[in-house]
Design a binder for this molecule. Structure first.
Ligand code: ATP
Ligand code: MG
Length: 480
């Protein structure tokens, strides 16, 4: 069923070298799965009975660069440049990247979950230690023999995620596999977690706390960037994993009280996430982690800020500001990098701003401030604000979307007239100090802020006009 044509020539040559040296080499894991799914693998993963030093020696004979990505754990990587590569520029499309790992037979120390590595001597033991049957198929090379000891192919056809061995044992060996299950629900789209495997995750969910935050974060990131993040998040919550990793998320399922008919914030958040994903082609051009996180977390401040007013009206006063604070805490705890943390929090903080525009319409100053405060986040803020409209009321949702069209058009017009993206006071700090005879001080900062506000309110003015206003401001505050 497989032919050599499905495997790049260079890979066959590499496998030949292993065979000549008396070793077995198997293409394995996601690389084999992706051949069946007709997806392009980023790189090729192999397993072998050669020990790391021997692997490295053979790899040096084939690859242009070889690097040690974890020799202790048995893994050596290499890149073979595309044939016609002319300079040192990477050629990501054509270069062949491989990672070769000695057969695993690792055991865990039972506490830290760090594998205590011991190398195995056969493919069967290696495949047992893989996460799911669809990731536990192998192709022996160079002769291309398919090895499928756990019926991965039939699970692949049925779109099922199932552990190759008893799930309780597999998840005890490495609880991260539970997170991987829910992330594959998103990245492989349309896959379901097989019943026994699912029940085992529900039972063992608390074990995820033994895994480092960084490893969990990597899987959560892949989940969010996958093809069906909403389904992935549902499984993350339904299995109970989120109760340990991100408890603020199930907390959005506020008890729905028919008398107060407020929306279920959790269901709303998932819908916003989906709508944000659907708006990506227009606003980000690619799957965007920051937008997706903001879609999921934008109302995270609601449970704690909920108040019941007169007539049973529900209010979430300042949930945007509080939500931004909570978002920072959550994403920092999950070890996201500081740019991601701050940008997602900023989107959460700004997500209600547009409603001021709806109510009153803004002056040019209001539009300038919106653009200024959003900064480089503006396209994502557009997408998030539009995605946040989930009302069933067609008239209301049309009204919101026309108002947003209007706002975007005004931004375009103002942009044509002024350099909106780099709004600065007309006079810079040096000029302010010269005019007011000041040394660097707090007062210079206040003068700067005065001129920035003026710039927002009035648009562009001449330096002379700004100087006059500055002197007036200065004498006014000196007389106070
Ligand atoms: P992707 O397409 O996202 O890269 P992948 O299946 O290739 O998915 P990787 O994280 O690249 O996933 O891992 C490569 C292979 O290594 C997997 O297919 C699986 O066989 C195995 N694997 C990775 N992590 C684990 C783990 N924690 N437990 C068991 N097997 C694992
Ligand atoms: Mg991979």
């Amino acid at each position: 069923m497989f032919t050599k044509q499905q495997v790049p020539d260079e890979i066959i040559k590499l496998a030949q070298k292993f065979q000549d040296a008396g070793y077995e080499l198997y293409l394995v894991g996601g690389s084999v799965r992706d051949i069946f799914l007709q997806r392009n693998s980023e790189d090729y993963d192999f397993t072998t009975n050669a020990l790391p030093d021997d692997t490295e020696r053979i790899l040096r004979d084939w690859a242009n660069v070889v690097f040690d990505v974890g020799k202790k754990f048995g893994t050596i990587a290499g890149i073979k440049y595309a044939n016609n590569r002319v300079d040192e520029q990477a050629n990501d499309d054509k270069d062949v990247k491989v990672e070769i790992t000695t057969f695993r037979a690792d055991e865990y120390d039972g506490k830290t979950r760090k594998p205590v590595v011991s190398f195995g001597d056969n493919i069967a033991d290696d495949l047992c230690r893989r996460d799911f049957t669809v990731n536990a198929m192998a192709l022996r090379l160079p002769n291309v023999e398919f090895v499928d000891l756990h019926n991965g192919l039939s699970d692949l056809n049925a779109k099922v995620l199932r552990t190759p061995i008893e799930p309780d044992i597999s998840f005890a060996d490495d609880p991260l596999r539970m997170m991987r299950a829910v992330r594959f629900v998103s990245t492989l789209k349309g896959y379901e977690i097989e019943r026994e495997t699912y029940d085992s995750i529900v039972k063992n969910a608390g074990q995820i706390q033994k895994v480092s935050n960084e490893r969990v974060r990597d899987e959560l990131e892949k989940l969010l960037l996958g093809a069906d993040p909403v389904q992935g998040i549902k499984m993350f919550v339904n299995t109970g994993l989120s109760a340990y990793v991100l408890p603020e998320l199930p907390a959005l399922m506020l008890t729905t009280d028919p008398q107060h008919h407020h929306k279920d914030v959790y269901a709303h958040s998932l819908k916003v996430l989906q709508q944000a994903v659907d708006l990506e082609p227009e606003y980000t051009g690619r799957p965007d982690l920051i937008l997706r996180l903001a879609g999921l977390l934008h109302d995270i401040g609601k449970p704690r800020t909920r108040r019941f007013g007169e007539n049973g009206k529900v209010m979430f006063y300042n949930h945007d500001a509080y939500g931004a604070k909570l978002t920072k805490q959550i994403l920092t705890r999950l070890r996201f990098d500081s740019v991601t943390v701050n940008q997602v929090a900023e989107l959460v903080r700004l997500h209600m701003r547009f409603y001021g525009y709806m109510d009153a319409g803004w002056s040019d100053a209001g539009v300038r401030r919106y653009v200024h405060d959003a900064g480089e986040l503006l396209p994502r803020l557009h997408a998030l604000t539009r995605a946040d409209v989930t009302t069933q009321n067609k008239r209301l949702s049309d009204r919101l979307s026309f108002a947003y069209d209007d706002l975007e058009q005004r931004i375009v017009k103002l942009r044509e007239q002024e350099e909106l993206d780099s709004i600065r006071p007309v006079l810079n700090g040096d000029e302010i100090m010269e005019i007011l005879h000041l040394k660097p001080s707090k007062q210079v900062g206040e003068a700067y802020k005065f001129l920035l506000d003026r710039r927002m309110e009035l648009g562009v003015e001449t330096k002379d006009e700004a100087k006059k206003a500055l002197l007036e401001w200065n004498s006014a505050i000196s007389n106070e």
